[in-house]
Design a binder for this molecule. Structure first.
Ligand code: SF4
Length: 640
C-alpha cells in the first residue's frame, strides 16, 4: 500500500477520530508484513502505548510462553500525542513478556524514533517469529523491507546507528533502534537503544536478539493530524506555559538533569550504597552530583541534546577529559546510572561512571540492573561466597574501579562465568551461588531494584513490591512525594495512607505510559486536567474525566491479570530479606525496616482484588475486561 492510499485508508475509516489506527504486523519467520486497523473501540479503551500493547499481548500470547522463543511477541506502540506539537511528545512503548522476570514488561523510550514512526504513517507494530539470519528492518513510510544484518551483528549500538543512518537516510535523517551484543547473546538485562535513549528494563533487548533482529530504521515523510486543531492548540499552549513557569522543569532538570536530586537522596539516607548495605555515600556524593557534572563534564557546547520537541531539555552529555577513559562521551549519566553504577558500587569517580555508562549503552545493557548485579556479586565475593577464580580471576571489591570495569565488559560481551552471572541478573546469580545470597539479592520478581533504598520510604517500598514489571521506581515514584518535595507530600514512615496512594499513582503512570509523553512534564502539568485536554483534542475521543481515569485502572488490572495468568501470586509481591531485617543505617529514618504484610491486604482491597492479590471477576467485568474473565475461568468471585 502506498502512503497516499494508506492515509486515505485511515481517513475513510474514521474521518474525525485521530487516535492510533495503523498497526504494522511483521512476521520474521515468514518474512511477511501486513497493515491492520486498530479497532477504534480498542484505541479508545486502551489509549496507546502500554495500554494497547497490553491488550494485544494478553489476547495473542498464550500463557507460559518461553520469552526467548519465536512464539513471544515484541510490541512497539506510540501514543496519541506522539509526534504532535504537545509538550515532550516523543515516547514510544516497547512491551513483551520479560525473559528476566517472566512478567508483563513495558519500557518507554524518548528521542526521535517514535515520532518518526508516526510520520511514516504507522502507529505501532507487532513483531512475531524469528528470522533465520541476522536481520534489520528498513521502513520508509509504507515500504517495509527485510535486510541482512550480518555486517552489523556483534556491533555496539553507537556504531550500528552511525552505519544505518548513513545507509537509510533519504531527504530526512533515518532514526535507528537497535540492540547491542548483549541482546544478541540473550543477556537477560539487555535493553533496546534508540537515539542514545533506552527502552531499558526487563531484558527486552534479549527478546529482540532472540528474533535475530538487530535494528529497525524508520524514515517518515508525513505528519500527525489532530482532531480539533483549535482546541488542541489552546490545550498545548496552556500546558506549555505551565512548564515554562515551573522551576523544577526549567531550572533543576534543565541545568542539572536528573542528577539534580543525588545530594538530596543521599541526605535522606536512601542512596543505595554497597549493594544497599548502606543508604549514604559520603565519599562520592560531591563527585557524582548534578552540580559536579555540570561544572566538570557538561562543558564543550554539548550541554544538552533534548528529545524531539522538548522545552525542558534535561539531557546532558559528559565528556571524559582525564585518565584512561579520556575522549569518551556518554549521555548523562542519568540519576539512576550514577546511583547504581556509582554509589551502589562505591565508585567515587565521574570518569569511571561515565565510561561504564557509555559501555552499557554500547553493549545495550540496562544500567540499573547492571549496577545492581555487579554490586551483588561484589558483596558475594567480599563475604567469601564466591572466590576470585569463580569470577574468572576478577578480584571484585567495592570501590575497585578496574575490577568494576572488567565486570562491565564481561557482561556486555557475555563472556565467562562473571559475564553470565552479571548479565543474567541478580535473581539467577543468587540461585546459582546459593549459600544464603538470596537474602541480599536486590530484586522484586527478578527485576533489579533501582536507586532509592526501599527502607527509606514505605510508599516506595510498596510500589516496588507490587509494580507489574517487578521493582520499578516509576510506578509510581513515591520517593518524590516522601522526600523530594513532590505534592501532596507523604510521610515516609507511615503505612496507612500508602495503599491508596500507590494504587492511584500506578493508574496515573499507566495513563502517561499510554499517552506516551515524557513524564517529566508532570512536575508542572496535571494528567487529569492538562494531558487529558490535549488527548481529547488530539483524538476526538471525548473522554469524560471519569472515563479517562478508568483507562488507567483498566490497564493496571490487565497487566495484573497477565501476571496472574503466568502464575504470579501475592507471594511474589515481596521485598528482599535485607529490607525486612537490616534497618536503614543513617539519617532521620535510621532504624527503619519495611513490613509490607501490614498494608498489602489494604492495597489489594483498594484495587478490588482478592486477599491473594487476584482481580475479582466482577472488577474486571466492570472495567470492560470480559475477555480476561472468559480466558481465566479460575478467577475469584467477590463475596459481598
Ligand atoms: S525532559 Fe529530558 S527525557 Fe524528557 S523529553 Fe525532555 S530531554 Fe527527553
Amino acid at each position: 500500500m502506498n502512503l497516499q492510499r494508506l492515509r486515505k485508508f485511515k481517513a475513510d475509516i474514521h474521518p474525525a477520530y485521530h487516535s492510533l489506527k495503523t498497526l504494522l504486523r511483521i512476521d520474521l519467520t515468514k518474512k511477511e508484513v501486513s497493515f491492520e486497523e486498530i479497532d477504534p473501540k480498542i484505541a479508545r479503551d486502551y489509549l496507546g502505548g502500554k495500554g494497547i500493547a497490553a491488550y494485544y499481548l494478553f489476547r495473542e500470547l498464550p500463557a507460559k510462553v518461553d520469552p526467548l522463543s519465536p512464539e513471544n511477541k515484541l510490541m512497539i506502540i506510540t501514543g496519541p500525542l506522539t509526534g504532535t506539537s504537545a509538550p515532550l511528545p516523543n515516547r514510544f512503548t516497547v512491551a513483551s513478556k520479560s525473559p528476566l522476570s517472566n512478567t508483563w514488561s513495558d519500557s518507554h523510550c524518548g528521542g526521535w524514533w517514535g515520532p518518526e514512526l508516526r510520520y511514516a504513517g504507522i502507529d505501532g507494530m507487532i513483531i512475531e517469529g524469528r528470522a533465520e539470519e541476522p536481520t534489520y528492518i528498513g521502513i520508509h513510510d509504507h515500504d517495509v523491507t527485510f535486510k541482512s544484518a550480518e555486517f552489523y551483528w556483534g556491533m555496539g549500538t553507537h556504531d550500528v546507528s552511525k552505519y544505518l543512518i548513513e545507509k537509510e537516510s533519504r531527504s530526512r535523517v533515518a532514526r535507528v533502534l537497535s540492540v547491542g551484543p548483549a541482546g544478541e547473546r540473550l543477556g537477560l538485562i539487555s535493553n533496546i537503544q534508540a537515539d542514545e535513549r533506552s527502552a531499558g528494563r526487563g531484558g527486552l533487548g534479549a527478546v529482540m536478539g532472540s528474533k535475530n533482529l538487530k535494528a529497525i530504521t524508520v524514515v517518515g515523510s508525513g505528519d500527525v493530524a489532530v482532531s480539533d486543531a483549535e482546541a488542541f492548540k489552546s490545550a498545548v499552549k496552556r500546558s506549555l506555559s505551565k512548564i515554562i513557569e515551573d522551576r523544577v522543569s526549567m531550572y533543576n532538570l534543565r541545568l542539572e538533569g536528573t542528577d539534580a536530586i543525588a545530594e538530596e537522596v543521599n541526605e535522606t539516607g536512601g542512596w543505595p550504597t554497597g549493594n544497599y548495605q548502606k543508604g549514604r555515600f559520603p565519599a562520592g556524593v560531591d563527585i557524582l552530583s548534578g552540580e559536579a557534572f555540570k561544572k566538570e563534564m557538561w562543558e564543550d557546547g554539548r550541554k544538552s541534546r533534548p528529545c524531539h520537541r522538548c522545552v525542558i531539555s534535561c539531557t546532558h552529555f559528559a565528556t571524559v577529559s582525564k585518565g584512561k577513559y579520556t575522549g569518551i562521551t556518554a549521555k548523562g549519566p542519568e540519576y539512576e546510572t550514577i546511583a547504581m553504577l556509582g554509589a551502589n558500587n562505591c565508585i567515587a569517580s565521574r570518569e569511571v561512571v561515565t565510561a561504564a555508562s557509555y559501555y552499557a549503552d554500547f553493549y545495550g545493557i540496562d544500567t540499573i540492573s547492571l549496577g545492581n548485579s555487579i554490586a551483588f556479586l561484589t558483596e558475594c565475593h567480599e563475604k567469601g561466597l564466591v572466590s576470585t577464580e569463580d569470577l574468572d580471576g576478577v578480584d571484585l571489591r567495592f570501590g575497585d574501579e578496574d575490577a568494576f570495569m572488567e565486570a562491565v565488559h564481561a557482561a556486555g560481551t557475555v563472556q565467562g562465568r562473571l559475564g553470565r552471572l552479571v548479565v543474567n541478573g541478580v535473581k539467577r546469580a543468587s540461585e546459582e551461588i546459593g549459600k544464603g545470597s538470596e537474602r541480599f539479592a536486590m530484586h522484586v520478581k527478578g527485576l533489579e531494584i533501582p536507586g532509592y533504598h526501599p527502607n527509606a520510604g514505605i510508599g516506595q517500598a510498596l510500589a516496588y513490591a507490587v509494580a507489574d514489571r517487578g521493582a520499578c521506581h516509576l510506578r509510581p515514584w513515591m520517593y518524590g512525594r516522601e522526600h523530594l518535595g513532590e505534592t501532596p507530600r507523604l510521610n515516609p514512615r507511615k503505612y496507612e495512607d500508602k495503599p491508596l496512594a500507590v494504587k492511584k499513582g500506578q493508574e496515573k503512570m499507566a495513563l502517561i505510559d499510554s499517552v506516551n509523553v515524557c513524564s517529566f512534564q508532570t512536575f508542572a502539568v496535571s494528567v487529569y486536567r492538562d494531558i487529558y485536554r490535549m488527548v481529547n483534542a488530539a483524538t476526538g475521543a471525548g473522554y469524560s474525566e471519569e472515563e479517562f481515569r478508568r483507562v488507567g485502572e483498566r490497564i493496571n488490572n490487565l497487566t495484573r491479570a497477565f501476571n496472574t495468568r503466568e502464575g504470579f501470586t501475592s507471594k511474589d509481591d515481596i521485598l528482599p530479606w535485607r529490607m525486612r531485617h537490616e534497618p536503614l543505617d543513617w539519617g532521620a529514618l535510621k532504624g527503619q525496616t519495611v513490613d509490607l504484610n501490614r498494608i498489602l491486604p489494604d492495597y489489594y482491597k483498594a484495587c478490588g482484588w482478592s486477599e491473594e492479590g487476584v482481580p475479582f471477576r466482577e472488577k474486571l467485568s466492570e472495567l470492560g475486561l470480559d475477555f480476561v474473565v472468559h480466558g481465566m475461568p479460575d478467577l475469584p468471585i467477590r463475596k459481598e
